[in-house]
Design a protein around this ligand. Structure first.
Ligand code: FES
Ligand code: CO
Length: 327
């Protein structure tokens, strides 16, 4: 499964203070915790002794301690203590599988399988390094939909007048002007997307034509960037939103947004509330879609010329060999 080689977000950095915290990724139970130096670790959430869940246990002197018989595992996954037999030195095979961990974009990322000799990079989120933009995370949202269905919804502008009527669109302006779709080294990109939006952000006072770029940079990551309201690009900077999804099971997902905005005045709550309103408008529609997995066969669903980006995304997933969350 190529998805196991990729990095996936599994939790907010701020949600793993010490741990342990249980999460689900690609159908696997994973436990997150921090060692004595505060470095995040990810192990299989199953004790190799009698199969109890580590995430019910605790971190004890920099080791992960199982809740059942108190066996302790060090940062490498090696068992270092069996309390019932204090004189026993556990052999190397007394160990638990550990996974790759990174922290970025306010999230903890896990890689279940590292391909031999290859360093797979994290999905790119360029706005992250731009100090003129403030970063705020929204979520998690637990959604009863596959990760690819959620990405596709994010790339789709032709639902704005219906699902987000009065916010991102209106029934009076549903026609979509043509946009460009191209493939990139890491995914697909749509440029020159335009929409007239009644309330395009927190501070809107009147409808505005908003110019978007959408980009898919990994199977379950999509980015949107937009030129500010007045149309001036000011040094070319753009506000951005990253959509980062943890594929928990083929039909359930945990979703975060990372906002990179020029607004340094509004409270986090206010920025999050706007994104929350928009996403909770999408959620019931997303959860109603069948099949839950995204069909990659072009004949499985009907398409219009407005769907060129979604079709490009489906071709990209097929080309990568993605199997989780698609059918
Ligand atoms: Fe984990 Fe026994 S099941 S220590
Ligand atoms: Co929407």
């Amino acid at each position: 499964m190529m998805e196991k080689n990729q990095w996936h977000p599994v939790a907010l950095i701020s949600d793993v203070t010490n741990g342990p915290v249980g999460v689900r990724l690609l159908g696997e139970d994973v436990v997150l915790w921090r060692d004595a130096q505060g470095v995040a670790k990810a192990f299989v959430d199953r004790c190799p002794h009698r199969g109890a869940r580590f995430s019910l246990g605790r971190v004890n002197e920099g080791n992960l301690e199982c809740p059942y018989h108190g066996w302790q595992f060090s940062t490498t996954g090696q068992c270092v203590k069996v309390p019932a037999v204090p004189g026993f030195t556990p052999p190397p095979q007394h160990c638990v599988k550990s996974f790759g961990v990174q922290e970025a974009y306010g999230l903890i990322w896990v890689q279940l399988e590292k391909p031999e000799g290859v360093d797979v990079p994290l999905p790119v989120f360029e706005a992250e390094g731009d100090e003129r933009l403030r970063k705020v995370n929204c979520g998690p949202y637990d959604v009863q939909a596959s990760a690819p269905r959620i990405i596709e919804n994010f790339l789709d502008m032709s639902h704005f007048g219906f699902v987000h009527e009065g916010w991102l669109g209106s029934r009076d302006t549903t026609e979509m002007s043509p946009y460009n779709v191209e493939t990139t080294p890491t995914g697909v990109k749509a440029t020159n997307c335009k929409a007239v939006q009644p309330i395009s952000n927190l501070h809107s006072t009147k409808p505005a034509e908003v110019h978007y770029t959408y980009e898919v940079t990994a199977p379950y990551t999509a980015l949107l960037s937009k030129i500010p309201e007045d149309g001036t690009t000011k040094d070319g900077w753009r506000e951005a939103i990253g959509l980062f999804i943890c594929p928990m099971t083929p039909t359930t997902s945990r979703v975060w947004f990372r906002l990179a905005v020029a607004d340094f005045e509004s409270s986090d709550d206010k920025l999050q509330a706007f994104q929350h309103t928009i996403f909770t408008q999408d959620q019931p529609v997303l959860e109603s879609q069948l099949p839950k997995e995204l069909p990659l066969d072009p004949r499985a669903e009907l398409h219009s010329s407005a769907d060129r980006m979604s079709s490009a995304y489906r071709r990209y997933l097929k080309g990568c060999g993605v199997t989780f969350g698609v059918c």
